[in-house]
Design a protein around this ligand. Sequence first.
Ligand code: PNS
Length: 165
Amino acid sequence: MNNTIAVCPGSFDPITFGHLDIISRSAKMFGKVIVVVMSNAAKKNSGSFTVEERVEMIKKSVVDIPNVEVDHFEGLLADYAKIKNAGAIIKGLRAVTDFEYEFQMALTNKKLNPDVETLFLTTSAENMYLSSSMVKQIASMGGDIKEFVPQAIHDDIVKRLRKEV
Ligand code: PNS
């Protein structure tokens, strides 16, 4: 698998330790990992950060992982994987609640691009409950998010979300 390019897609609004855990474990398994910010049709109007801001926050969070690139794409994940010649799409699975939706996407992506495999990594136990929306809710109400997001982006998130209250 070491020669294979893997894609880690997501909304990353914003990136959390949960995402970072999946990205760093993927980087140990693949030659190159491309983290790509994409739009989720179900979350279309609920973004707190622009695509450019999300990309910047991911870049700040992965500076120590040399084989990780960060990108964004407006379009189908299956097409993006084809353009980048990626052999794998990596997703993190937290709980049973994620499963049906992820399963549906994996099967659809396989239909659209038979050359790409979707692989699921089990989220580590401490990130089981973690989500970007939870982090945003906590930050907007003045709670402490230090344990949930990388230090390099902590202040960017707090600054933005406190303004939204
Ligand atoms: O972090 P998320 O919101 O769970 O990520 C979901 C995402 C962005 C990976 C998914 O919505 C996606 O792949 N969007 C790109 C458009 C696409 O390919 N849609 C069809 C998937 S079956």
